[in-house]
Design a protein around this ligand. Structure first.
Ligand code: TXA
Ligand code: MG
Length: 341
């Protein structure tokens, strides 16, 4: 694996690698992606191998310009009313943290879509990602750059640590801005439906196009494997609590307590006997969901290195980015429960 900067020269080297079928991890505004040429089945196969990702879990194809949709999407299979909504969403939120599921053209390799008749497409809001895509073939398949089921990477170091030589290049663009993956919105049926809550809040989508369904986190079959119950997980057992239940916890040495804001951490701390020095972390001192999302995976990565016996986390409010944060925490918790198997 070779680490690259974001210089023009390095991005050119990375784009040559992509065109040659190699894998390049790169920053986006949500999390780091593990990129391969979307039209090269061998490169796609390498992505699945590097991540040890099951083949039934399709990839997101990243484009750099709106026109990048044309070679990928069969617009004739999108209803007129849905098409209008899609156009409005693209105008409002692309480039940005939303992925659309759309009917695919036959030219899109089946490996990218796991044989589904639809394809996931995103135009990331990150200059490095867009430059790289533009310099290569204009369509880069990229799942989050982590081994399947593990925490998503929000820094180049996370990718290096987790994938090492399973990736050819890593472009270091510093820490990401948003910190949770894109919202996956299915636009292939009659009604838009959120399959994975993410960086674009449901409220913003609904303000733009009216009500959308939400099928994430239910036992609805994995049309979007991000919906699988266990995912995004650290290796350390993790438990999720309502604010009230969190308050009732007693401090145990070797276990970490993660609070949403300063207020709740102070309330909890005031109930603990002074001598014990609990391990406390706060996602956002002032209670900002944006800041909490940006800190979430980095903090879990750090805590996962600390050989803790357990991580206890307080749920955040279920609004805005809170829906995506709670979704990831819930899945991390289920995964942690399965580790003892
Ligand atoms: O923010 C993000 O979306 C990041 C960055 C790198 O762009 N990427 C990412 O990719 O999170 P990945 O592969 O980890 O998640 C893609 C999600 C999965 O839940 C997958 O099942 C779903 O999108 N997906 C992809 N194609 C689909 C399809 N045709 N129908 C339904 N879900 C699909
Ligand atoms: Mg992922």
């Amino acid at each position: 694996m070779k680490l690259l900067s974001t210089s023009k020269q390095d991005l050119e080297e990375a784009s040559r690698a992509l065109k040659a079928g190699m894998l390049v991890a790169f920053p986006t505004e949500t999390v780091y992606g593990l990129g391969g040429d979307a039209f090269n089945p061998l490169a796609l196969a390498k992505i699945f191998e590097a991540k040890q990702r099951p083949r039934f879990d399709p990839l997101i194809i990243h484009i750099a310009l709106r026109e990048g949709l044309d070679p990928l999407v069969d617009f004739s299979r999108i209803k007129k009313t849905v098409r209008r909504k899609l156009d409005a969403l693209i105008d409002a939120f692309w480039p940005g943290p939303v992925t659309f599921i759309l009917p695919k053209k036959p030219e899109v390799p089946a490996l990218a879509t796991s044989g589904l008749p639809t394809v996931a497409i995103r135009l990331p809001d990150h200059p490095v990602a867009r430059k790289l895509i533009n310099l290569s073939t204009g369509a880069v398949a990229a799942p989050s750059a982590n081994p399947f089921g593990y925490l998503s990477p929000t820094r180049a170091e996370h990718v290096a640590e987790q994938l090492g030589d399973r990736v050819d290049y890593i472009i270091d663009g510093g820490p990401v801005r948003i910190g949770v993956e894109s919202t996956v919105l299915d636009m292939s049926g009659d009604n838009p439906c959120i399959l994975r809550p993410g960086g674009l809040p449901r409220e913003s989508i609904e303000k733009c196009i009216g009500p959308v369904d939400l099928r994430a986190g239910t036992d609805y079959l994995p049309r979007s494997p991000g919906q699988m119950k266990s995912h995004y997980a650290p290796r350390t057992p993790l438990e999720l609590y309502t604010p009230e239940n969190m308050m009732a916890l007693e401090n145990h040495p070797g276990e970490a307590y993660v609070f949403f804001d300063r207020q709740s951490s102070e309330a909890w701390l005031s109930k603990q006997p002074g001598s014990l020095n609990p391990i406390i972390h706060i996602l956002s001192p002032e209670g900002s969901l944006t800041e909490a999302a940006a800190n979430l995976f980095s903090l879990l990565h750090r805590l996962d290195h600390d050989s803790l016996r357990a991580i206890h986390i307080e749920r955040v409010p279920d609004i805005g980015l809170g829906l995506a944060i709670n979704d990831r925490l819930y899945k991390a918790r289920v995964q942690a429960k399965n580790i003892s198997d």
